[in-house]
Design a protein around this ligand. Structure first.
Ligand SMILES: C[S@@+](CC[C@H](N)C(=O)[O-])C[C@H]1O[C@@H](n2cnc3c(N)ncnc32)[C@H](O)[C@@H]1O
Length: 222
């Protein structure tokens, strides 16, 4: 989704709207420094698991009913998707309580995150902004992305299509506004396309051509 290289994950990474997914668990096991933020992290693992169970079948039947909207290569078919989602959720749930205690899962939400300016080198957000364009206004998108850029040197967002599988109508005005803010904005094709036609991310960096405006954050080893 984010065309991540090992170098991209060298610093501190924020996963915004991390949800019940396994990015933090898997990345932390590899030694990367990832903090995930989501309003659901105010709840216990048992509460989140209960909510997942309540909604899982309905979400999967929607994917089955709209199978033609998806590209079945990364996941061979809807059953493979369901197995992958369950496995990611189990990995998240197994990691969650311990991760919460050491500050890897933090309750919070856009447009106001509980972090100091430039706490992170990179902020990632998947399946929230642009995807939920019918629920979040243009103003909410801009405020959310500017907040991510307050706390991180670079922001990547995936996908750029809405739930109906169309390019988000917020994308062009958001890009224009961010360029006027003096930011470097580019759409980058990535190696993952599940929603048909939604195979690119938005990459936004501080400074002209992405040159940092100040020294990148130095983090102690370990
Ligand atoms: C569809 S899930 C995506 C989870 C994960 N990023 C993924 O790609 O599988 C969207 C997540 O965004 C969270 N969310 C909703 N509103 C948010 C906000 N204003 N700020 C941060 N996260 C939010 C939800 O709680 C949910 O966990």
């Amino acid at each position: 989704m984010f065309a991540l290289s090992a170098a991209d994950l060298h610093g501190r990474t924020l996963d915004c709207g991390g949800g019940p997914a396994s990015f933090n668990a898997e990345g932390s096991a590899l030694g990367t420094r990832i903090v995930s933020v989501d309003p659901i992290y105010a709840y216990s693992a048992a509460d989140i698991e209960g909510r997942i169970e309540d909604t899982f079948d309905a979400i999967m039947s929607q994917a089955r009913a709209r199978a033609d909207r998806f590209v079945w290569t990364y996941f061979a078919d809807p059953d493979a998707l369901a197995r992958a989602r369950r496995s990611a959720m189990r990995r998240f749930l197994a990691d969650y309580e311990a991760g919460r205690q050491v500050g890897r899962y933090i309750a919070g939400e856009l447009p106001s995150l509980p972090f100091a300016d430039r706490s992170f080198d990179l902020a990632l957000s998947s399946h929230l902004l642009f995807l939920y364009s019918e629920h979040l206004s243009l103003g909410e998108h801009l405020a959310g992305i500017r907040e991510l850029l307050r706390v991180a040197g670079e922001v990547r967002i995936f996908p750029l299509d809405n739930l109906a599988g169309e390019r988000s109508s917020h994308l062009a005005p958001v890009c224009d506004a961010l360029r006027l803010d003096g930011l470097t904005v580019e759409e980058v094709k990535v190696g993952y396309e599940f929603q048909r036609g939604a195979g690119s991310m938005l990459r936004v960096r501080h400074g002209v051509l992405g040159l940092p405006q100040r020294e990148p954050t130095k983090w102690p080893a370990g």
